[in-house]
Design a protein around this ligand. Sequence first.
Ligand SMILES: [Zn+2]
Length: 306
Amino acid sequence: MQVKIVGSAAGGAFPQWNCACPNCSALRAGSFRGKARSQAQIAISADANSWFLLGASPDLRAQIESTPELHPSAGLRQSPVSGAVLLNADIDHVLGLLLLRELQPLRVFATESIRRILTEDNSMFAMLQRVPDQVRWTDFAPGTWFSLTDPSDHDSQVRCRALSVGEHFPAYVSPAKRLQLSGGETSLGLFVECPSGKHLAYMPAVPHITDALREELERVDVLLFDGTFWSDDELIRIQGSGQTASQMGHVPVSCSLEQLAQLHRPRKIYMHINNTNPMLHEVSPEYRQVRDAGWEIAEDGWQFEL
Ligand SMILES: [Zn+2]
């Protein structure tokens, strides 16, 4: 299975349009030792023809253009993008679906709660349902395996299992709506089993690390883990107000480095990195600490085979 890290930043990307934090300012000034990044997006394919997206980022149009494997190749209107798997309903994780609205057949895999948030609360998503064979929503339940099938029901032989990592409703979901939904279906990590039998874990938002999670992660071959913030009060220190990393559903890297230090089997890669994170700066002590601990820091365009 081919895995492409098409985008590696958290919501807002790096640099972020309204941010003059030390990282964003230095990058714009040309004095930053590190790379710009687009918003988190993974693409996987078992046959290099049919691709499935993990999430659908707001940067998806540009990300498709910068990824030749995702370009249309045959016919006037065609796409190798067969579908998407959604792990939460945050704007930076789902907005790209609306960019795929050109009457293109697509499978979207989501929990019932995430599907209902998007299709019942956001009338714009009706643009994905204008004709009968456009987007087909397929519900999955956390904890159960499901196969990625394309719009023609061809089975890719790639299987997925979502893990509930907490309850997280985007701010746009009303209190009344939240009561109708299952909180455990709203914030997920994903285990992907390749046809080769190898396993990938994609965990872009992990609020805390439990023993059970650690055991699961020790069984995978490659781990793409929440690298959003370095420290719990990172945004508060930079902005002067706001929420802690934990309140936003992200365990800080300074903690996960310690809590996952005993994880030996997987290749460990931080991704979904916020523009304020000091580890983006490749001459910082934080960057050195992460690299010395055996972790990699994802960049846009990375790819590997499993
Ligand atoms: Zn910034």
